[in-house]
Design a protein. Structure first.
Length: 246
């Protein structure tokens, strides 16, 4: 049956419950003929670490919210969850979700790894606006996957609550680079789907002369590929996906 809306694809995305950034950036990164169909990742846990783990543990409830709707691809837009459960458990969850939905299920963390592989990047500088325990989990995740994290930059949220990230702006990501990016790094990764980054990608790349990627940017690239598009990732002129100013 021909669709009234979204002939280019129905893109399901799981968004952390209070995150206002993912949908805004996905609308600017996905093809104009694709339709964004979001579901909220929900947890009542009192701490950020528990909430992030709950987003995976409660994934069945999240997917239940679609009822009989079946997207063509689904993106899990929370890198912190993958960091905390680890790659082995993440792979099990992905396999279970794909069997349930009948479509590709892409995590932001796996999208980042695929993007780094596509660019032949092995050494990265990491900008992570998280509390120390989640930063450490992220570094361990990337190193276990074979990436060398040669520099770690953080943004002080003034709290252990990761929901403070939602008050950041792209300018905060750029300001975090004022101390310089290591010459050893082949690319810069701005981790975290809640931190706005689209307006920072090209200026940051101009500043350091190397690719700059973010969680949402890589996830959108991977989702477009899952829809069958030969999506560009990066070029000498900067980001290859952006089709509209943020």
């Amino acid at each position: 049956m021909e669709r009234e809306y979204g002939p280019g694809g129905w893109v399901g995305v799981g968004v952390p419950q209070a995150n206002p950034t993912v949908e805004a950036e996905m609308r600017r990164l996905l093809p104009p003929d694709a339709e964004l169909l979001t579901s909220r990742l929900v947890s009542r846990a009192p701490t950020s670490v528990e909430r992030l783990i709950d987003y995976f543990d409660g994934l069945d409830r999240t997917l239940d919210s679609y009822d009989v709707l079946r997207p063509d691809v689904y993106g899990f837009a929370c890198t912190g969850s993958s960091y905390l459960v680890g790659a082995e458990r993440e792979a099990e969850i992905v396999a279970e979700a794909e069997a349930r939905l009948g479509c590709p299920f892409v995590t932001a963390a796996q999208a980042i790894l695929d993007a780094m592989a596509a660019l032949a990047v092995e050494r990265v500088a990491l900008l992570a606006p998280y509390p120390a325990d989640i930063v450490e989990a992220g570094v361990a995740f990337w190193r276990a996957a074979g990436l060398s994290v040669v520099q770690i930059m953080t943004i002080d949220l003034g709290s252990q609550d990761t929901r403070r990230i939602y008050g950041l702006r792209s300018a905060d990501a750029l300001a975090a680079l004022d101390g310089g990016v290591s010459d050893e790094a082949e690319a810069l990764l701005m981790s975290g789907t809640g931190m706005p980054t689209l307006a920072a990608l090209a200026p940051a790349a101009d500043r350091i002369g190397r690719p700059v990627l973010s969680s949402n940017y890589c996830l959108a690239w991977a989702l477009r590929r899952a829809l069958g598009e030969d999506a560009g990732l990066w070029s000498a002129d900067g980001p290859g996906l952006l089709r509209a100013a943020p």
